[in-house]
Write a protein that binds this ligand. Structure first.
Ligand code: CTP
Ligand code: CA
Length: 225
């Protein structure tokens, strides 16, 4: 047990966590982004430090302060996040992809600010696919026995979509977050379910992001090589 009475069950382990949301620049002043705050990923990093791990946090555009005791690599785009995660994953025991990675980026970057002109309609923004870091890691497993965890927020057919996504990505655990719909009942029913390829479903009741983070590590620990 560690200093704060927390089980040091990640002692001697290196874990990599991605957090936040990538931003894909259009020009020097504009980007395509998403609303991820980074809170879940930072909670995963903090709880892993508390459980004794060496932690690399790959943080995309989060306003949160660097967690004490973690090595933090700040990135902007999905391509930069991929670089940083793959580099850190080379000797990692586990990788948890909590970051919201943009699926697409603008096909081209304008070196100068895009200007509007009188009487001219805007150009459509052409997009290209970003690399899928989770799928790539799951397929490559840079370190044998490495545990790879993904996150997914789904609005409809949560478990069905989650199962399909788990299979498609090839990761060891998928944390599925239910969003929307049930909020209409007036209570906080956003719940996470952690899916495993053997069909196991671990429900996590609505609560602080630390509690979900600890549940994720509880499920990672027995799977570590
Ligand atoms: N992810 C990733 N690289 C991407 C997109 C997503 O590594 N280019 C990771 C996320 O970090 C997350 C998981 O994949 O852990 C699931 O992300 P999600 O957006 O739910 O999956 P997608 O395959 O992009 O499916 P969707 O079309 O529903 O967005
Ligand atoms: Ca996506």
């Amino acid at each position: 047990r560690g200093a704060e009475g927390v089980a040091a069950d990640l002692a001697g382990r290196h874990v990599v966590v991605s957090a936040g949301g990538t931003r894909e620049p259009l020009d020097p002043v504009r980007y395509l982004g998403n609303r991820s705050s980074g809170k879940q990923g930072y909670a995963l990093a903090r709880t892993a430090v508390a459980r004794g791990a060496r932690v690399t946090l790959v943080a995309a555009n989060s306003e949160l302060p660097d967690p004490a005791g973690a090595d933090v690599v700040h990135v902007g785009t999905a391509v930069q996040l991929r670089e940083a995660v793959l580099k850190a994953a080379a000797d990692a025991d586990a990788v948890v992809m909590a970051a919201a990675v943009a699926d697409f980026r603008p096909a081209s970057y304008a070196e100068g600010k895009i200007k509007k002109r009188d009487g001219q309609e805007p150009e459509p923004v052409a997009l290209v696919r970003n690399p899928d870091v989770l799928a790539e890691l799951s397929a490559a497993r840079p370190r044998p026995g490495q545990v790879v965890v993904g996150f997914a927020a789904e609005t409809d057919q949560v478990l069905e979509n989650g199962r399909a996504k788990l299979a498609r990505k090839g990761c060891d655990l998928l944390v599925v977050n239910e969003v929307g719909e049930r909020k209409t009942f007036g209570s906080e029913l956003n719940e996470a379910v952690v899916l495993a390829p053997d069909g196991t479903e671990t429900p996590v009741p609505y609560g602080p992001k630390e509690a979900l983070a600890d549940t994720v590590w509880d499920l990672v620990v027995p799977r570590l090589g």
